[in-house]
Design a protein around this ligand. Structure first.
Ligand SMILES: Cc1ncc(COP(=O)(O)O)c(C=O)c1O
Length: 404
């Protein structure tokens, strides 16, 4: 093998014809039983209000995720907002978030008049760096929002210990982590409140949707009331506390029916993604210059919303960078991209006035998003084993020429 064997230089590609992502199931996966449920909901007329599939999700999604309660809402942004409101966070408070996430994680504290404090991520896990949380705590800090990012879980042992020491709330952003567990406990139930998104690209989706999770009955009641204009599902006859200003963020039973059916396919899909990720990891174990996004804890049971890799920049040959490698992988038929491409504060839609947030130095966020992170959507991992093996072959072929 030599550089001229790479498809980018005119060599024969590993995938001839269709590329790897085109050989994986298209996302989202439609299920025939859902069509029946959608017409059942349609004919029932009970599209909103107190509804069948929402109630079933409150019971069965919570149980599957490993906890007691879930409150369902319009999306995974208002869930974060309702979680913070329920914990009393508002003007004068500070909320610590990682510098790599979707915008919502960092914008929601600002919606409530609180200040967002952005800190660095861990180089290997891509999740918030617990040491950087401690450095950013002030007397005004009220909460931390760790994000279980891409395919990994944040280090909840360390984060919960810091929160306990400084009397802070922990809101887990689980938008990427449906079904993920740490030490056998489902994410979303490890901190005080969890927040899930069911937006179109997510592991479970109704196009849009969200839920807050918690084992704490009081938090659940507050989060439910906050999102359901003050009404309670567990104490329907009791009025909300005086002065509790609530939103109307309900979702519909059409969304619930779609997610409800997906729930029954989750264990199988999650196991397949994990098996494929383990297979690629094993096949790349001697490949120079590239490693998988690492788990925070050895027993993390990961969900793989994205499949994420990290380039070892010091191992790349002179003149090789991520932009070249992305093109080289693409030429082989392996589509690896730069994710959403930027740390939060560099995203095009981040137009938040500088005085509403604090940004600590985030060199790892910048390195990950601009130089070393490589990503694929998780549905790639649902492809047949033969495709997965060729994905590893394509990555290995390119890296052997480009790294040492
Ligand atoms: C990490 C993270 N948090 C929150 C959200 C917000 O979710 P939604 O789009 O459902 O509002 C998203 C994504 O969309 C996300 O990726």
């Amino acid at each position: 093998m030599s550089m001229s064997d790479l498809a980018i230089n005119g060599g024969k590609p590993v995938f001839e014809g269709k590329g790897a992502i085109d050989l994986a199931p298209a996302w989202p996966i439609p299920y025939p039983e859902t069509e029946e449920k959608l017409s059942e909901v349609y004919r029932s007329g009970k599209w909103g209000g107190v509804k069948k599939y929402e109630q079933l999700l409150m019971e069965e999604f919570s149980a599957w995720q490993g906890g007691k309660y879930s409150a369902w809402m319009a999306n995974g942004t208002v869930t974060l907002e309702c979680a913070l409101i329920s914990l009393g966070i508002g003007p004068g408070d500070e909320v610590i978030v990682p510098g790599v996430s979707w915008l919502a994680t960092a914008e929601v504290p600002i919606y409530l008049g609180a200040k967002t404090v952005i800190v660095d991520i861990d180089k290997e896990t891509f999740c918030i760096d617990p040491a950087k949380i401690e450095e950013a705590i002030t007397p005004r800090t009220k909460a931390i929002i760790p994000v279980h990012l891409f395919s990994a879980c944040a280090d909840m042992d360390k984060i919960n210990a810091i929160a306990k020491k400084h009397n802070l709330f922990v809101i887990e952003d689980c938008a990427h982590a449906h079904g993920a567990k740490q030490h056998g406990k489902g994410v979303g139930y490890i901190g005080d409140i969890g927040s899930f998104s069911f937006q179109l690209s997510k592991l479970m989706t109704a196009g849009e949707g969200g839920c807050c999770t918690t084992d704490n009955e009081e938090y659940f009641d507050r989060v439910f009331r906050t999102s359901h204009i003050g009404n309670s599902r567990i104490h329907p006859a009791v009025a909300p506390t005086a002065g509790m200003l609530c939103h109307q963020y309900r979702f519909t039973d059409f969304q619930a029916a779609i997610i409800y059916d997906q729930l029954h396919h989750q264990d199988e899909l999650k196991a397949k993604r994990a098996k494929s990720a383990a297979r690629i990891k094993e096949l790349l174990k001697n490949t120079p210059g590239i490693v998988e996004q690492k788990s925070s804890c050895a027993d993390d049971d990961r969900a793989f919303y994205f499949y994420a890799l990290r380039l070892l920049l010091d191992h790349l040959k002179p003149g090789i960078d991520r932009a070249f490698l992305m093109k080289a992988f693409q030429a082989e038929g392996v589509l690896l991209h730069e994710g959403w491409g930027r740390p939060i504060v560099d995203m095009m839609s981040w137009n938040v006035p500088w005085n509403l947030y604090v940004k600590h130095p985030t060199p790892v966020c910048e390195e990950t998003m601009y130089k070393s992170g490589l990503f694929s959507m998780g549905n790639l991992l649902l492809a047949d084993d033969a495709v997965i093996d060729k994905v590893a072959e394509g990555i290995d072929k390119v890296m052997r020429e480009c790294a040492e």
